[in-house]
Ligand binder design. Sequence first.
Ligand SMILES: *Cc1c(COP(=O)(O)O)cnc(C)c1O
Length: 360
Amino acid sequence: MSRVYNFSAGPSMLPEEVLKKAADEMLDYKGSGQSVMEMSHRSKVFKSIIDEAESLFRELLKIPDNYKVLFLQGGASTQFAAIPLNFMNGSGKADFIITGQWAKKAYQEASRYGNARIVASSADKTFTYLPKTKPEDFDPEADYAYICVNNTIYGTCYREIPDVGSIPLIGDISSSFMSEPVDVSKFAVLYGGAQKNIGPAGLTVVIVREDMLGKARDITPTMLNYAVHAENGSMYNTPPCYAIYMCKNVLEWIKEQGGLEKMKELNEKKAKILYDFLDSSKMFRGTVVKEDRSLMNVPFVTDSDELNKKFIAEAEEAGFVNLKGHRTVGGMRASIYNAMPIEGVRKLVDFMAKFEADNA
Ligand SMILES: *Cc1c(COP(=O)(O)O)cnc(C)c1O
């Protein structure tokens, strides 16, 4: 068996230990005589899995007690509609910072339901930086402000969460979920799809402050109403059981590694190896301004489309897969989430150095 280094933006690598554990437990989960895929979501044994997943989230992220943790489906994209339907129900206004395609999609979806306003955008420079904002930029009457914390496609990440004044802040953290500590209390709602950093596709985790619940519009579909899911412990209907189980395994792995402080240290180390190389290379360069660089998604280019293509093809052959940049950006992108081992990044950089020498 040989495994590749997978630099995909998502679904992405999972820790090998987690995959092996899932394989070991596949046919008979802890003496239940069943796979987690087969068991009732209302069984005691599954209850212990979802409870453990929630308590690991709370422990690792230090989630305050006045927040609910919801295990939902539909991906981050479904929340783009659920968020306005749940919260855009006071003034009907919401303020957005547009830092890339995911923030834009969330804005566009919210625009269908109310008065969504763009406070700042970095579209002028292809989202290669994060626009600076001040608390006064935000409408104190808005029902919420919205940001995308880590911009998967363009490779920017908020190192400091913007101050939006007195209104609730909602953040999409899909692609940096559990990659480093976050002050959850700065957000009214923080959510993400699992498939970038914390498990397989199919699970979306929504962390919501209790006072935000109960504001949904009458027309909100029951399945998109966060209060309904909160009241039912994420069991209003069948939750994505196996994805929750895998997520639990990933969170256990994160805890074994030393928690989010340790993840941050490792992620900084990995990103530094790649960024240092990009900064010293004469062929490759990063596309994002230094102060806004993501630790998770590293876009880079050469000055020639042909060289980009050649690089991606040769890298793939050498076992470094999914390095092609997003179809809207071109070039390359290395996603180096928690599960990417440091050797994967070191070997990629060695490969890039050799490619540069061979093609100089
Ligand atoms: C991938 C991604 C999404 C979309 O997630 P889906 O689960 O495919 O809907 C949204 N936001 C961010 C930041 C992402 O990285």
